[in-house]
Design a protein around this ligand. Structure first.
Ligand code: AMP
Length: 397
């Protein structure tokens, strides 16, 4: 049992930082994907069932420092009310008398949602007096927003300073995220394979470097693989390439060799004559792509080789697609990897998938429930695996 599950929140007001940063339809402001709201329901329900009340605070989008209709959290009220099956109170300003009074009058079983925290620039600045004002609403503080755990914002980290250590908790979602990430990074059962894909080497260099000290194997796929092939002297046609990262890629391969980490690059690629769904396609060795063509997915030999590595692993981390999986013609590589991760999990491996695109991919292929943990954190998960201390975690631990 965790501290959160052991604690009874009866007659307590819980100030919960949630991540209700959900996508909204541009004209109707209807929620187009409510995954993030659903993910935090167990935490809210546990507190309400204990006989506590709940004050929810979140950001939505990137307002420019003041109220903006399109970023109002009132747009999530109706859906939240449906999902919790109760009326939700709303404070149209997260700071001030109205919010304070509504929080003060809150009765056990009741829920209050505060307006977007980022309507105040103080939120992102981590302003102490702003955090202190928020802290006054609750008897206890619960952080259930893993997606913003890498930010030292007022509501994600600073506010925790105003609660004693026995009055601050990770919520159930946050707890699952942190324990899964720690299991992969610190309590690793070997062999450990990290599958890193996506567009850019520059976005993933820090995670790759940190994983060199942890992983048995690193699979590199997606657009970023071609910078490695170019660095090794290959012809990559019009494939994605970061010219200013060629030496970084070379160094990384050298370090991996020194540390005994096996780097797997895709030996062959599905190539296309343009970046489009109706492109002509063919396959080719990834280090010899004809001029005018570009690699947009991993091909059969690479799929088989990667599958083999994955099926022999006990711990699997996956961040970033193997190709342009949004287009049907270039989705097979990513699909094949998702299937291999699911199969390895079924055979007893622990798998963690994170980052918007890889999560979208496992959802697209209906494999999310066959993965040990699908993370809600993009940037936060990356920073965790880069070896950084996340302020939202540190504030509670
Ligand atoms: P990232 O945000 O860096 O994880 O990159 C994800 C994006 O990389 C997705 O939108 C993919 O379509 C794209 N991507 C993956 N493989 C390739 C490739 N070979 N060429 C161009 N884009 C790619």
């Amino acid at each position: 049992m965790s501290r959160f599950t052991e604690h009874s929140f009866a007659n307590e007001k819980a100030l919960i930082r949630v991540d209700f940063n959900v996508p909204l339809d541009k004209t109707t402001f209807e929620i187009t994907d409510d995954t993030r709201i659903r993910a935090t329901l167990p935490t809210i329900n546990k507190i309400l069932n204990d006989g506590g009340s709940v004050i929810l605070m979140s950001h939505l989008g990137r307002p420019k420092g003041g109220p903006e209709e399109k970023y109002s959290l009132k747009h999530v009220l109706q859906r939240l009310s449906q999902l919790l099956d109760k009326q939700i109170q709303f404070a149209s300003d997260c700071i001030g008398e109205d919010a304070a009074n509504k929080a003060k009058d809150l009765q056990p079983g009741e829920v209050l949602l505060l307006e977007n925290l980022r309507f105040y620039p103080e939120e992102e600045k981590g302003d102490k007096s702003f955090a202190e004002k928020l802290s006054k609403y609750g008897d206890v503080y619960v952080n259930d927003a893993f997606g913003t755990a890498h930010r030292a914002h007022a509501s994600t980290a600073i506010v925790a300073d105003y609660f004693p250590s026995d009055k601050k908790f990770f919520g159930l979602l946050m707890e699952a995220e942190v324990s899964s990430a720690e299991k992969v990074l610190h309590k690793t059962e070997k062999p450990f394979v990290a599958i890193i894909g996506g567009a850019k080497v520059s976005d993933k260099i820090l995670i790759l470097e940190n994983l060199l000290d942890k992983a048995t194997d690193i699979i590199i796929g997606g657009g970023m693989a071609y910078t490695f092939f170019k660095a090794l002297g290959g012809n990559i046609g019009n494939s994605l390439c970061e010219e200013d990262r060629l030496s970084t890629a070379k160094e990384l391969l050298k370090k991996a060799e020194e540390k005994g980490v096996c780097i797997h690059l895709p030996s062959d690629s599905i190539i296309a004559n343009k970046f489009a769904e109706d492109a002509e396609t063919s396959s080719s060795p990834s280090n010899n792509i004809p001029d005018g063509w570009m690699g947009l997915d991993i091909a059969e030999d690479a799929q088989n080789a990667f599958t083999n590595v994955i099926l022999h692993s006990k711990t699997i981390l996956w961040n970033g697609p193997m190709g342009v999986f949004e287009m049907e013609k270039f989705q097979n590589g990513t699909k094949c990897i998702a299937e291999a991760v699911a199969k390895a999990t079924q055979a007893g491996a622990f798998s963690l998938v994170g980052g918007g695109d890889s999560v979208a991919a496992v959802n697209k292929f209906n494999l999310a429930d066959k993965i040990s943990h699908v993370s809600t954190g993009g940037g936060a998960l990356l920073e965790f695996f880069e070896g950084k201390i996340l302020p939202g975690i540190a504030a509670i631990k």
